[in-house]
Design a protein around this ligand. Structure first.
Ligand SMILES: N[C@@H](CCC(=O)N[C@@H](CS)C(=O)NCC(=O)O)C(=O)O
Length: 139
């Protein structure tokens, strides 16, 4: 059974609750990492640069914003251990408008004291940006 994803946030937040409902419907186990954004330290800023909750974090990715978290479906393809973390090769199905893009990428996850420190995601964003532009209603 896969490890539960970590949801940084609080049940008090409607944005967090929206994500929890989606995880529940999809049968994805989660663990709440409770935080009050105004009391979060630098680790919280690294996870969530705008210092907002929720944040979803697992071994493959860190995602901010409740409108993004439920829509990307990530699959881990391979995992290569590093000295202080792991290099993950992932695949994602990303809905954009009427299309669903298939994207492959990598991310590095570094661990310090059992916590995710930097988590960097790398992928070719050109197809994603083009699809977002094409799906955007013309103004
Ligand atoms: N667009 C964000 C909004 C999230 C948001 O505003 N969360 C509130 C909690 S309900 C927050 O983190 N507030 C912290 C602050 O404003 O300092 C999302 O959908 O996730």
């Amino acid at each position: 059974m896969p490890a539960p994803v970590r949801i940084v946030g609080s049940y008090l937040s409607p944005y967090v609750r929206k994500v929890l409902v989606c995880l529940h419907v999809k049968g994805i186990a989660y663990q709440i990492d409770p935080i009050v954004p105004s009391l979060g330290d630098d680790r919280f800023s690294r996870l969530s640069p705008l210092r907002r909750i929720p944040v979803l974090a697992d071994d493959t990715v860190t995602l901010c914003d409740s409108s993004v978290i439920p829509r990307w479906v990530w699959t881990q393809r391979d995992s290569i251990p590093l000295r202080d973390g792991v290099l993950n090769l992932w695949h994602a199905s990303v809905p954009v408008g009427e299309r669903v893009l298939d994207i492959d990428g990598v991310c590095t996850v570094q661990l310090r004291g059992g916590l995710i420190a930097p988590n960097q995601v790398f992928f070719d964003r050109s197809e994603l940006l083009a699809a977002i532009r094409a799906a955007r209603p013309s103004r």
